[in-house]
Design a protein around this ligand. Structure first.
Ligand code: ZN
Length: 369
């Protein structure tokens, strides 16, 4: 048994248990993953060396600093600095975005992810990397199709508002999405640091997206921010689902309303805030994820920033059992929550609910977790 606060690497041999074999085998959807948080370490290092060569004597980031981003300690400080480095000087051309998407989808497909909705921040790409939305989108869509052909995984894009940029940039981003409409872009979200950047700032961007028929989600109730941010996302932004949302557990009446509406919460077992702030011996016991289903909330586990969090899709499911004590039957429910929360057409959802259910039961019988 590993300690609770260090996410296991599911690829390590000591973890080759019946549970892991079962969890690897089950088909999955992933609906909360950030493209820049899925960059492979080798790719990150290669781009760090490229940036250093271009900069001459004054590299913007040393190789040691780059490696440190992938060295996740017991009290992780979070990954925002690594993500900002990618926008600021590591991603320099559309082909870099193609590579990121293609590698992420390849890695996800290896864990039986069949449908992946991933976040990407067009504002940072345009303003920091210097790649305008249409060119960036073209490269990403090309990678989505290449991965579909090569790995059989369906990738979809969620254009995410960088909440640390001015609210006007959020509206501008929503206008780009609407003006350059592609079927691969399903909707919009908000991410980055929620502290001092509340959801109500982005109401105009959400209103525009909804009028254009786009789906919406929002990071809210993360970083210990109050449950009222979740309420704002639900009532004012009128989101279709919530990312994180943990502090909803502080407001049982509001949680009940979310439960009655069937809102799906995409949760992240490796979320840095709780690993850092809860005592090591209490981390898994006091984590709000553990309490959410008891309030009737529909949750679904996700990787968020898989390579930087040192976790895989299989690993997130393992943590739900190993760290939070959920049962195999609970997992079956979480799997269905993911399908219901995913932005796919109703015909496919019905078919996949049936197919995933059969595959889950067969894997359970085979591996006896
Ligand atoms: Zn996230």
């Amino acid at each position: 048994m590993r300690t609770n606060d260090v996410p296991a690497s599911p690829a390590s041999p000591e973890d080759d248990t019946p549970l892991l074999r079962f969890l690897r085998a089950i088909p999955k959807v992933e609906i909360h993953c950030h493209l820049l948080g899925a960059v492979r370490e080798a790719t990150f290092l290669e781009w760090t060396r490229r940036a250093a060569a271009k900069a001459g004597g004054q590299p913007p980031l040393s190789e040691d600093e780059a490696r440190a981003f992938y060295d996740r300690g017991e009290k992780p400080v979070g990954v925002l600095k690594a993500l900002r480095s990618l926008d600021a000087f590591l991603i320099t051309q559309p082909d870099d975005l193609h590579r990121l998407v293609y590698e992420y989808l390849q890695d996800a497909a290896a864990h039986q992810v069949r449908h992946a909705e991933f976040f990407w921040n067009p504002t940072g790409t345009a303003q920091e990397s210097g790649i305008a939305y249409p060119r960036a989108l073209e490269a990403i869509v090309r990678a989505i199709h290449d991965a579909r052909t090569d790995f059989g995984i369906q990738g979809w894009l969620i254009a995410a508002i960088d909440r640390q940029a001015p609210p006007q940039a959020a509206l501008e981003m929503a206008e780009w999405v609407v003006a350059h409409r592609r079927e691969e872009v399903l909707g919009i979200g908000i991410d980055y640091n929620e502290v001092d950047h509340p959801p109500e700032w982005f109401a105009p961007a959400y209103a525009l997206a909804r009028r254009a028929g786009l789906k919406t989600t929002a990071h809210a109730g993360e970083f210990g921010m109050p449950w009222t941010n979740v309420k704002t996302a639900v009532d004012l932004l009128q989101v279709d689902r919530i990312d994180h949302g943990y502090t909803v557990t502080d407001a049982p009446e509001f949680a009940q309303r979310c439960a009655e509406r069937g809102i799906v919460f995409t949760v992240v077992p490796t979320n840095s805030f709780y690993l850092r702030t809860l005592p090591k011996e209490r981390w898994a016991l006091d984590h709000p994820i553990r309490r959410m289903p008891g309030l009737g909330l529909r949750i679904h586990p996700n990787t968020d920033d898989p390579t930087l969090h040192k976790v895989t899709p299989t690993g997130t499911w393992q943590m739900m059992v190993r760290d939070f004590g959920f049962s195999i039957d609970d997992l079956r429910g979480f799997m269905m929550n993911g399908l219901d929360g995913a932005w796919m057409d109703e015909g496919q959802r019905r078919q996949w609910r049936q197919d995933f259910g059969v595959a889950f039961d067969e894997a359970r019988a085979l591996h006896r977790p």
